[in-house]
Design a protein around this ligand. Structure first.
Ligand SMILES: Cc1cc2nc3c(=O)[nH]c(=O)nc-3n(C[C@H](O)[C@H](O)[C@H](O)COP(=O)(O)O)c2cc1C
Length: 186
């Protein structure tokens, strides 16, 4: 079976980011049919149409678009900021959606995982992102949903996941996602 390349987009640039640790856990338990690569979104200038209109498109925008274009699917792992999506990740979504008619997101199968040290698991961020994905024509896996709460206690000092039940859940989640990608790209 041909491996599917998945862009992993993380909504935090923090050194000890739980989102990144969860993303790394997902990458380690994902089936072999998925080749997961992290696409960094923390150095992308804010979208401003004037730059594009003036022929001064920032190189980082072009790099992001190229990296996403080269992938078959998308895995978003994000914290929640003030019940919404962190600006950094929303900016990447916006940059990839332009110029009009040339969105790099359209048609790529996706899944969303939200995390929080609190109990609610980033539900607001998860669904705020899903709202944008609808308008971007991104077929997003509906089930299983992934809202990971209380993540602070789930890792050892080396960033390895020690919460067995969550690792098991992420393993099943990744397997479902692989099937979703397979179906959508068949
Ligand atoms: C500006 C800001 C707003 C936040 N708002 C929320 C929130 O609405 N809900 C929540 O569960 N956590 C919120 N948090 C806490 C984050 O979930 C927490 O800092 C988390 O560790 C960030 O993700 P990371 O570990 O991947 O960097 C907020 C943090 C910041 C910095």
């Amino acid at each position: 079976m041909e491996r599917k390349k998945i862009a992993v987009l993380i909504g935090s640039a923090r050194k000890e980011s739980f989102s990144r640790k969860v993303a790394r856990t997902l990458m380690s338990v994902a089936p072999d049919s998925l080749e997961m690569v992290i696409v960094e979104v923390d150095q992308i200038p804010f979208y401003n149409q004037d730059l594009e209109d003036a022929g001064a498109t920032p190189p980082a925008w072009l790099v992001l678009r190229e990296q996403v274009r080269a992938c078959d699917g998308l895995l978003f792992v994000t914290p929640e900021y003030n019940r919404g999506l962190p600006a950094m990740l929303k900016n990447a979504v916006d940059v990839g959606s332009r110029p009009p008619g040339k969105s790099v997101w359209s048609g790529k199968p996706a899944a969303v995982v939200s995390i929080s040290p609190g109990p609610l698991g980033g539900f607001g961020a998860n669904h705020s992102l899903r709202q944008s994905l609808v308008s971007l024509n991104v077929p997003c896996m509906q089930q299983p949903e992934a809202y990971l709460g209380n993540v602070a206690g789930m890792f050892d000092a080396g960033g390895n996941m020690t919460a067995d039940s969550t690792r098991e859940f992420l393993t099943k989640f990744a397997a479902s996602f692989a099937r979703w990608v397979e179906r959508q790209t068949a």
